[in-house]
Design a protein around this ligand. Structure first.
Ligand SMILES: Cc1cc2nc3c(=O)[nH]c(=O)nc-3n(C[C@H](O)[C@H](O)[C@H](O)COP(=O)(O)OP(=O)(O)OC[C@H]3O[C@@H](n4cnc5c(N)ncnc54)[C@H](O)[C@@H]3O)c2cc1C
Length: 435
């Protein structure tokens, strides 16, 4: 006899969403988390003066997240509607671009505009392509070199040459296939009324209040310090062995960890081969504050992205104090900056030396910066490279003979927080159908 109906491995947003859905569906479940806390990279810092996110901070208000907030009575805070900027030759330009920035060639060389306008008459790309190859095939090489990174830096935390177009932008890939041109496809979508993009959501106490509340809801069904080490299928379901020496059995299993951790736990050589190339993109965030009322007034913005050809020590910065109210004292600009890979192991003094003068130049301020924290994520964000979609399909195929075994979360079904929650909810529905 198995101990429970469903075991959920991992208490990030995917595992927490799956577990909450299973619980309301009446399933007997247990959640096992390797670390000592829930939420994965979600972590809100609260100091006397500041409230900032150490991990995800700009999260789309998807139906799953709004549903969770409503059911658990969590107060939602919406972001201000602000525009982002892009760094071009050492200056910040707004996106979408102003006509004068386009015509003056400040955004990109003027000749590239004609190449961009020719998109409906182009062919390709030949699949599968990286995002950079896709932009080159549709909008020309100059646009690809200068601006393709804008599509990936803010979501995947890396450059456009490392991310697969079909894996990262399935809806755009479908539109291109249907209409033969992205411009035509987007126009058609607009005529139909288009999809309304969900706003950005948090809570007045930050995002961690959401994951903490979900964990609280699970109570004693959530076990920390339980790293899954072995999965042995038997006729009743799955025997699970944990690093701390405990074991457990469940009829169904929802696994939300990374593929490498799965391959280690289950004795299937075909899986080990599949996960060989699935290494994540590490991330490193530096949080700064500057007291400068004029700069705070001037940069009423979401933040900015810095394409790789600018060769800056940062990939981009968010301005949490502008995006959400109540995050910093009035007149102080709070910044969470994603550092370029070469600074991931640098100490605080080196980060200050390389990054602060750049930020002062971009934001046109001479005021001193305070470095609040530097946070490193070696496990970072899953890399949705060219082979991601195929790899996940093959992984799921390789597990298809295991009844009630589900993969969920950002490593498989979309890297955003909302996509991970949706993936967890979908896995829970499948498990419930089987009970
Ligand atoms: C620095 C950073 C910034 C981000 N910013 C944003 C943002 O602004 N907006 C956005 O939408 N997304 C953002 N993301 C992405 C988003 O936060 C994640 O994709 C999402 O939180 C992943 O949720 P998950 O539950 O799938 O995985 P995780 O949160 O990684 O959860 C998986 C859990 O499983 C546990 N686990 C793994 N293996 C085992 C095992 N063998 N046994 C037991 N437990 C195990 C892990 O400890 C972890 O807690 C960001 C990510 C990072 C790293």
């Amino acid at each position: 006899m198995s101990d429970v109906d469903v075991a959920v491995i991992g208490a990030g947003i995917a595992g927490l969403t799956a577990a909450t859905r299973l619980k309301t569906g009446g399933a007997a479940l247990q959640v096992f988390e390797a670390s000592t806390r829930a939420g994965g990279p979600v972590s809100t810092a609260r100091t006397k003066d500041y409230l900032y996110e150490r991990g995800p901070s700009t999260v789309r208000a998807t139906p799953e997240l709004l549903d969770i907030a409503r059911k658990l009575g969590i107060e939602v805070q919406y972001a201000e509607s602000l525009r982002p900027y892009v760094v071009r030759r050492g200056q910040l330009l707004p996106i979408p671009p102003r006509l004068r920035d386009l015509l003056s060639g400040r955004l990109m060389p003027r000749r590239a505009l004609l190449e961009v306008l020719a998109e409906p008459f182009r062919r390709g790309p030949s699949r599968p392509s990286t995002v950079k190859e896709f932009v080159a095939a549709r909008f020309g090489k100059t646009a690809a070199n200068e601006l393709a990174d804008l599509m990936t830096l803010g979501i995947y935390g890396t450059t456009a040459d490392r991310i697969g177009f079909e894996a990262a932008f399935p809806a755009l890939a479908e539109l291109l296939q249907e209409h033969g041109s992205l411009t035509r496809g987007l126009w058609a979508k607009r005529r139909e009324g288009g999809a309304v993009r969900a706003g950005i959501l948090s809570t007045p106490k930050g995002l961690q209040a959401l994951t903490d509340r979900l964990a609280e809801e699970l109570g004693s069904d959530l076990h920390f310090d339980h790293r899954l080490r072995t999965i042995v299928p038997d006729q009743d379901g799955y025997q699970l062995g944990f690093e701390n020496g405990t074991s457990f059995s469940a009829r169904n299993l929802i696994f939300t960890g990374r593929p490498a951790s799965l391959a280690e736990a289950i004795n299937r050589p075909s899986l080990s081969r599949l996960v060989l190339h699935a290494s994540p993109t590490p991330q490193c965030i530096a949080v700064f504050a500057v007291r400068d009322p004029a700069a705070t007034e001037r940069w009423q913005s979401f933040g900015f992205l810095a394409p790789s050809n600018e060769r800056l020590p940062i990939m981009g910065c968010l301005f949490p104090s502008q995006i959400f109210s109540g995050r910093a004292p009035v007149g102080t600009l709070l910044m969470t900056c994603f550092l370029a890979e070469r600074l991931h192991n640098a100490d605080s003094a080196q980060v200050d030396k390389e990054v602060v003068p750049i930020l002062q130049g971009l934001l046109q301020t001479r005021e001193p910066f305070e470095t609040l924290e530097i946070i490193r994520y070696p496990e970072g964000i899953p890399t949705y490279d060219r082979r991601h979609t195929d790899r996940v399909r093959l992984l799921r195929n390789a597990l298809s003979d295991l009844p009630g075994f589900h993969l969920a979360g950002a490593a498989y079904d979309g890297v955003s927080f909302g996509a991970a929650a949706a993936s967890g909810a979908a896995a829970a529905e499948m498990a419930l159908q089987r009970l």
